[in-house]
Design a protein. Structure first.
Length: 398
């Protein structure tokens, strides 16, 4: 009897344990996780106007309408995540992304704006703009039209009707890195300063940007710093710069490599296979181991003019047969010093024209002769054999 009671008690305890375990397991199985609510606002169709601050995102590829822009940003503090989708224009459409006010703090990331009747992204009236991984292509006007304080990373403007990237930026505050402008109908990168010529390399910067195959200049900028940028196969000038600083940049197979004015300094840059001049200097400086090569028959590797232009510490290769390696037809207080100038088939390594005044030519190594037809006070050191010269200022011929 006692053993039977103990057996019943033991069986009851086992059943209770199994029931508790089953209840617990069922409770866990039936537990409903908390619902995650995306605080962002979806954009399901266009035209779409953003009139409140916040975060917005595309849910699919979207196609616009004739006579309208795609997304209009009319509020401050707006972020648009395109989620890798396409914002597509149609015949007669306006801008892909635009504004009718003057908003601030606009961010757009990760998408493509294509085939709009006007510009792909037109935020010219906006301020403090951030674009990341946005491609604008095949639009009737510019790829991007942007106002001041624009920051762009890994953006591309391709096959647009006018400029790839266009800035009206009186503060010279744009910052671009790893951006590409290719095959656009005007300039690749173009800035406008409505306040006149800015201070040299004031604030903005272009780093590792590429301009290729554009119908006008690769870079037409004033008041910027450029580092490790390249311009190739543009129909006009690779780099057209005023009041700027270009470092370690490359210009290849353009009509002209660099055309620089207003205190621009070119440092550690190279040109090759450009159809006209490698570099045209006016009131500017070209210094520090620049490799300048031109294939043009009747164009010089370097032309100089203006006041106080400087060519110093550069290696120059002239392949043209009907031109001088370094040519200054006019200019005041030009300095040509410490260069290696090879001109195996041209006229002269250095030529100073009759309208040059107060120019200095010293300590160069030249393959051809130096000719001075200049006016008053040109100071051209004698050209001597490297083996026999003891004059520290002499130009040495090899």
């Amino acid at each position: 009897m006692q053993q039977t009671f103990k057996g019943i008690l033991c069986l009851s305890m086992v059943c209770a344990s199994i029931l508790a375990l089953a209840t617990s397991s069922r409770a866990q199985t039936l537990a409903i996780p908390p619902k995650v609510i995306d605080p962002r606002t979806p954009i399901h169709s266009v035209p779409y106007t953003i009139s409140s601050p916040g975060s917005y995102y595309l849910v699919s590829n979207l196609t616009g309408n004739s006579g309208a822009s795609g997304i209009t940003v009319d509020a401050d503090d707006v972020t648009i995540d395109m989620n890798g989708f396409l914002l597509l224009g149609v015949a007669g459409s306006l801008d892909g992304i635009a504004t009718t006010t003057t908003p601030r703090n606009i961010t757009i990331v990760n998408g493509t704006v294509r085939d709009w009747g006007q510009s792909g992204v037109d935020l010219l009236a906006a301020q403090t703009i951030c674009l990341d991984r946005v491609k604008s292509s095949g639009n009737g006007a510019a790829g991007f039209r942007l106002g001041s304080e624009a920051t762009l990373a890994k953006c591309t403007a391709e096959q647009n009707g006018t400029d790839g990237f266009f800035f009206v930026d009186d503060a010279n505050s744009a910052g671009l890195s790893d951006c590409i402008a290719a095959s656009n109908g005007a300039d690749g990168f173009h800035s406008v300063n409505t306040g006149g010529v800015p201070e040299p390399a004031k604030a903005g910067s272009f780093t590792k940007c590429i301009a290729k195959g554009n119908a006008d200049d690769g870079f037409e900028l004033a008041g910027y710093g450029l580092t490790e940028c390249s311009a190739s196969e543009n129909s006009q000038t690779g780099f057209s710069l005023a009041s700027s600083l270009a470092q370690n940049c490359t210009a290849k197979s353009n009509a002209r490599g660099f055309d620089v004015t207003a205190g621009t300094q070119i440092q550690g840059c190279s040109t090759k296979d450009n159809r006209s001049n490698g570099v045209r200097l006016e009131d500017s400086k070209l210094v520090d181991s620049c490799l300048l090569e031109t294939i043009a028959t009747a164009a010089s590797a370097v032309t100089m003019r203006g006041t106080s232009s400087t060519l110093k510490g550069c290696r120059i290769f002239q392949q043209g047969t009907l031109s001088h390696a370094v040519f200054a037809s006019t200019g005041t207080n030009l300095l040509i010093s410490d260069n290696e100038i090879r001109a195996s088939s041209g006229f002269h390594s250095i030529f100073l024209g009759t309208a040059t005044i107060g120019c200095t030519v010293v300590k160069n190594c030249v393959e051809k002769s130096i000719r001075n037809d200049g006016g008053a006070n040109n100071k051209v050191a004698p050209t001597e054999s490297a083996a026999n010269s003891i004059n520290p200022w002499a130009n040495l011929q090899f």
